[in-house]
Design a protein around this ligand. Sequence first.
Ligand code: ADP
Ligand code: ZN
Length: 422
Amino acid sequence: MHDLQQLKRLQQVAQRVYHTVGFYRRSFDEAGVKPEDLKTLGDLKRFPFTTKQDLRDGYPFGLFAVPMSNVVRLHASSGTTGRSTVVGYTHRDIETWSELMARCFVAAGLTKNDIIHNAYGYGLFTGGLGAHYGAEKLGASVIPMSGGNTKRQLMILQDFGPTAICCTPSYALNLAEQGQAMGMDMRSLKLRVGIFGAEPWSDKMRDEIENTMDIMALNIYGLSEIMGPGVSMECTEGREGMHVFEDHFLVETINPDTGEVLPPGERGELVFTTLTKEAFPLVRYRTRDISRIITAPCRCGRTHHRMDRVTGRSDDMIIIRGVNVFPSQIEAVLVGIQGLEPHYQLIVDRVGTLDTLEVQVEVSDALFSNADEVRVLQKIERRINKDLKDFLGITAKIKLVEPKSLQRFEGKASRVIDKRQI
Ligand code: ADP
Ligand code: ZN
């Protein structure tokens, strides 16, 4: 039943991208496949992948499948320079997204009688508006808080009495911590449910959030390329994974090294094909997120398969306080500054509830033996800080180190040391 609907939609989307998006015509032709080759769902594995690089090459609107006059909304992925990923939505895409986010809220046990405190960032980031439209679709009362301004958030949590909160799991902990520091009893708030996502977290963090806030904490997953939040969502019954909305997204898991499709249950990289999107349809988009598909039936009765928590990535992207960054982007900032060597190391940690980033970078020999050393070094440090903030939107602790003091790599450099215990 499921499969028939998916197949029909898949055939339609393949036809559409082949005839409207130059990139897909070229990539299907190169791979020697035609939309008509899709006779069964299994035929999809012969089709080429779409990668983040393909989206970057098409920056900003190159992969749109409709004219701009039909696009009613644009979003872009976080924390990137000019060439971030830009996504577009038609009226119907926004309708679908709202519908799916509303489903997420229903899966979390919410109804029109709930008040939803939405602390996902509003703006280019998909989190804020995505959750907002879904909450309105449900008929709940939304508080469009956006991120930041923690004291005000706490006051509103107390005064407006929201029954649900949406934000990143690390921000939930941060709110709880600051609330407690201000003498608030976080457990006595009216909050009943938290819908947390946009970054990896663990069952240990779930326990901590649930205990400090006396709520049920649920996991939500999504990415801008595929839609935004609401690609999959946990239900209140079976919290071992998130139901993927398979009537709109077809999910595969692949071996990230060979590209080979893995059987359900095996851990690998998630690959999504959008089945109904109009403005920005994607075929076999490689997410780089590592997870596995759970086909066991769920106690809630939903028949959509579930995906396990995302446990890591098959690339080196790091998420620091909700901002996605690649080491290569930090490198691009560093090489733009005189006196630095292209040897660096990134150390990610979590202090209390906040992610921290330390950038260690070698200075050049010439600079190191300069008489004015200290003053010059301080100036460079300030410059790095400013550029990281301006270009990538991240704050970091900078540690300038002696020439040749950082570890050298044979083969692929591993720039990131992630000490977070999450
Ligand atoms: P953003 O702008 O939300 O950071 P992106 O679409 O750029 O949005 O980021 C999406 C990425 O965030 C996903 O590919 C995944 O790595 C991560 N992510 C989103 N939700 C979750 C989640 N529930 N658990 C783990 N990682 C998540
Ligand atoms: Zn379920």
